[in-house]
Design a protein around this ligand. Structure first.
Ligand code: ATP
Length: 296
């Protein structure tokens, strides 16, 4: 699989504020890549940098395995903020202006309007559009000229639930057609639903990156107690399927493989001559994990 984008040690400060600190990760072809982090974590700065709108203080990035930046830019459609569409003009005329600015996609307007489901409203004035339709037109503008990659900053921000669902569905559809998508989001739920890969940022630091199912795996924890806590920990440290044991306030916390059940643990301890006085499965939600990651 080709690497669409590789980011190598990017740092960027605004005066005393370090918005990005030595961030590196890569985006494989064909994925929906989420850049996830709370407000102010550096997502927009990162997107601005890879789109050559902002200049990094250090580090580098490569599109399409080393293509020249200005050539690469022709294959990238982006939506960083709502474009300045003219309120009194139709979707067709607004796209025409957009195509002129970008110098691509003049003969592509009907195709993109169809993609974003606005063909029937192509001649309506922009000011008559709902917020969701305006956002769809903005995506349509990003699609002019058939880019290989789309870069979106918080594409569902400000929309109602129906509008959010439409945009998410559209992102999935565009990705199915082969477009790689890179999107910033502060919503864990959105990244989980839409993205195949994720990079988590916190105050400019990259915490984790990789396939969603690996990075955003919820973990269960099991609590156990016995009369002889050191012996219990010793035994469980050697039990297959237990990843980590941690003694906190005289309770032993176990991080386990998904396949391990509380019954397995009970049986294992009994076989080793230890009688448990406490055994509890504590489900840890993704939300909890994300909160822990991003709030210290
Ligand atoms: P949000 O979702 O709120 O836009 P973000 O994750 O996209 O957040 P950035 O907008 O990249 O984060 O901001 C990262 C940090 O850099 C923040 O502390 C922000 O206040 C600061 N920052 C961003 N742009 C500027 C600027 N032009 N001048 C000064 N500080 C800035």
């Amino acid at each position: 699989m080709e690497t669409i984008l590789s980011i190598n040690g990017i740092s960027k400060s605004y005066g005393p504020i370090q918005a990005l600190k030595n961030v590196s990760f890569s985006v494989p072809e064909g994925c929906v890549f989420g850049i996830l982090g709370p407000n102010g974590s550096g997502k927009t700065t990162l997107l601005g940098t890879i789109l050559n709108v902002l200049k990094a203080d250090a580090g580098s990035y490569q599109w399409f395995e080393g293509m020249q930046h200005d050539v690469a830019r022709r294959h990238i459609g982006s939506l960083l903020e709502t474009p300045n569409f003219y309120h009194y003009m139709s979707a067709m005329d607004n796209l025409e202006i957009n195509a002129s600015i970008k110098q691509r996609g003049h003969d592509d307007k009907l195709r993109v309007l169809e993609k974003v489901d606005l063909l029937q409203r192509k001649d309506s004035k922009f000011q008559t559009y709902s917020l969701g339709m305006k956002q769809r037109l903005a995506i349509g503008a990003a699609l002019l000229g058939q880019p290989k990659v789309l870069v979106f900053d918080e594409p569902t921000n400000g929309l109602d639930p129906a509008g959010i669902a439409e945009i998410r569905e559209m992102i999935r559809m565009l990705n199915k057609e082969g477009i790689t998508i890179i999107m910033a989001s502060h919503l864990l739920d959105e990244v989980e639903k839409v993205c195949t890969h994720v990079a988590i940022l916190k105050k400019g630091d990259l915490l984790l990156s990789g396939p969603v199912e690996e990075v955003l795996q919820s973990e269960d924890q099991v609590e156990v107690k016995a009369a002889d806590m050191p012996a219990l920990q010793n035994v469980l440290n050697n039990m297959p399927g237990i990843i980590k044991t941690n003694l906190v306030n005289n309770v032993l916390l176990l991080s386990c493989n998904e396949t391990l059940t509380t019954q397995n643990i009970n049986e294992y301890c009994a076989a080793k001559g230890i009688i448990l006085s406490h055994l509890l499965l504590r489900k840890k939600s993704l939300e909890t994990k994300f909160m822990e990651l991003t709030n210290n």
